[in-house]
Design a protein around this ligand. Sequence first.
Ligand SMILES: [Zn+2]
Length: 223
Amino acid sequence: MWSERPLCGVGIPDGQLCLTFDDGPAHPATLEIARYLADRQIPATFFVVGDEAAKHRETLCALIDLGHTLGNHTRSHTRLTASTTTDNWAIEEVLAPERTLLEAGAQTPIPFRAPYGAWNRRLAYVFNNDRRLRESHSGPVGWDIDGEDHRCWREGRSPEDCARHYLAAIESRRSGIVLFHDRTADAEKRAGNRTGEMLRLLIPQLQARGYGFTGLPRPVSLQ
Ligand SMILES: [Zn+2]
């Protein structure tokens, strides 16, 4: 099912964080992040881009084996609300990665996150009226906390600086869905992505402050 507004972490208890990673998979960054988190029993959801997922199927399988969740972030990472698009194109953008995700072991309904968070009531209506999409996916999943890792790497900032930014954003809310990027969608800036390094600084600080980690909120998993 599809909701008119992106789902966020309203029901997540104080001190609990739900980690989500967008725009991957990247090799080897995604697997390194997934292993680092799994070694600490921290679950995460990876919203992958279909065109990249098809090139790294073994990474998707490994994410599932490590206990993480796979989500759909469209085939090509194009803004679904662009005025030039059609309903059928938008439906195909979401349906195209489905087979790759299911073959890797993703559970249905597959959580979905819209590129750039771009969403509207019309898309919810169109997707709910497509039987395949209504049954196979749920969402869209939004976020509550964004430390803007993509901006840090674009501006050439250090992982230490970026970790401080995330810590401040997390401390100001205390709970919710946190947005990270294990791969940078913008090809020109991709080499500068240091989210894996930054996590190795951030996670120990969060654990020292008593934060716990949880999967996606139940309304998303149950729909
Ligand atoms: Zn994205």
